[in-house]
Design a protein around this ligand. Structure first.
Ligand code: NAG
Ligand code: NAG
Ligand code: NAG
Ligand code: NAG
Length: 397
């Protein structure tokens, strides 16, 4: 016969074992994450990055992106390198916020619900030479400085009242906002243009992710708590790289994408992910969502027909060549005919069924498809949907 103490001991150990099992087996599934998470109401978005999310920054600095950019949606270039909207536009839309004004755009901008610090051609590491490599001088460290200044001066300018109060975010928005990032592609491009060896590119990537973490720290110190971070896409599937590096293009996978270039994108993503894991420990009050854009983009490019698209890696807007990309006549390039400017690199007929827009960027149709894949969190780590990205990872609690 068992004593009461023995029964109790058995009962206690049963409870301990089953609780542990519950925590290990049941807790980490995404449905539990959702059940324990609350829906967020982000009053603003602050975005950092390159052309993947530039809504007018580079255009404000160096002249507008040319037609036919914008033909599908805005019916004018609208500062974006695409025929229409970018993923960041769909994100803003889903959160019920207006499209983001570019911080550098002094005309017609309204920053009441956020600002966009991204410019096309931006890198994480400030490049030594911008012009000869078509890079932007607004690297991520500059974007961080702009952001800090923006926060400081928003507070001062709002105090003037009147129209200024409706043009700049409230102080509280800086801690409640969603901070979004999509950068790194141009650092890889730059490294290859400098003829770095594979080992040198890897060292360069280590430096890049360390600088990336500096930028997150800056936003965190300014009050940022919710971070939504895209990794970099498959560089080896983009015409500008395939055209520019024929030896790398020759080492192709079955879809025509360059294996060494894609391996390097994945190496960057691995290091980025490790950095984010470390930042979660360093900034326990913040939420970090790592979004696997590589997987989403590679899936569409390599299964174009399955998803109703055509011509995986061939650019829609261009001027001929193997990938319809010609570096000397990029999308929107013109030449004078009888004193009139005529576009010699124009849009394909049906950009709505194409993936690559101009050899570097994606079409609105592809961007919309990408957005639909990522919005429910199925490509995120942790698998939290966009509208719940203010919740810390429950497992860390
Ligand atoms: C940029 O210039 C600095 C100083 O001249 C040099 O140390 C560094 O290696 C250069 N970086 C690249 C990527 O060329
Ligand atoms: C700025 O945008 C907000 C939100 O869309 C709007 O309420 C406000 O009136 C706008 N301000 C101006 C000056 O247009
Ligand atoms: C890289 O190599 C190419 C081909 O050899 C050469 O034309 C180019 O000038 C090199 N670039 C740099 C930055 O050294
Ligand atoms: C997320 O959305 C995509 C696209 O609509 C869908 O295929 C996928 O099954 C969804 N995943 C979850 C976990 O809901």
């Amino acid at each position: 016969m068992k004593t009461t103490t023995e029964i109790w001991r058995q009962l206690v150990s049963w409870v301990v074992i089953s609780t542990t099992l519950f925590l290990v087996v049941v807790m980490p599934t995404s449905s539990m994450l959702h059940a324990s998470a609350k829906e967020c109401s982000f009053p603003a978005i602050f975005n950092f990055g390159d052309s993947n999310s530039d809504t007018g920054g580079l255009s404000a600095l160096f002249g507008q992106a040319p037609s036919p950019n914008g033909i599908t949606f805005f019916l004018s270039p609208a500062g974006r390198f695409s025929d229409g909207r970018l993923i960041i536009d769909f994100i803003a839309n889903r959160l019920g916020l207006p499209y983001l004004s570019a911080y550098l755009d002094s005309m017609g901008s309204n920053f009441s619900h956020g600002a966009n610090f991204a410019t096309a051609g931006s890198t994480i590491i400030s490049p030594n030479s911008t012009k000869s490599h078509r890079l932007s001088p607004i690297s991520l460290n500059v974007q961080s400085k702009e952001f800090s200044d923006f926060k400081l001066r928003s507070e001062l300018i709002r105090k003037r009242g009147g129209v200024f109060e409706s043009l700049f975010p409230k102080n509280i928005y800086f801690s409640e906002a969603l901070y979004t990032y999509d950068i790194g592609q141009n650092d890889l491009t730059y490294a290859y243009k400098l003829n770095m060896t594979t080992e040198q590119v890897k060292v360069y990537i280590h430096e890049a992710v360390s600088k990336f973490s500096d930028a997150i720290w800056n936003a965190y110190r300014e009050g940022g708590r919710s971070f939504w971070i895209h990794n970099t896409g498959p560089l080896g599937c983009l015409p500008y790289m395939l055209d520019g590096f024929p030896e790398l293009a020759a080492q192709a996978d079955m879809f025509g994408c360059s294996k060494p270039l894609n391996e390097m994108s994945q190496y960057y993503n691995l290091k980025l992910k490790e950095t984010i894991t470390r930042m979660r420990k360093e900034m326990p009050k913040a939420t970090f969502i790592y979004v696997d854009m590589y997987k989403v983009k590679y899936t569409l490019i390599t299964h174009a027909h399955e998803y109703g698209f055509e011509q995986g890696i061939i650019a829609c807007c261009g001027n001929g060549g193997k990938y319809n990309f010609n570096d000397a006549a990029r999308c929107g390039a013109t030449k004078l005919v009888d004193g009139k400017k005529v576009i010699i690199a124009n849009s394909c007929k049906y950009p709505n069924v194409r993936i690559i827009w101009d050899g570097i960027h994606y079409t609105e149709a592809a961007n919309h498809w990408f957005f639909k894949q990522i919005v429910n969190g199925s490509f995120s780590d942790p698998p939290i949907p966009l509208n719940m990205a203010c919740n810390s990872h429950p497992i860390h609690h």
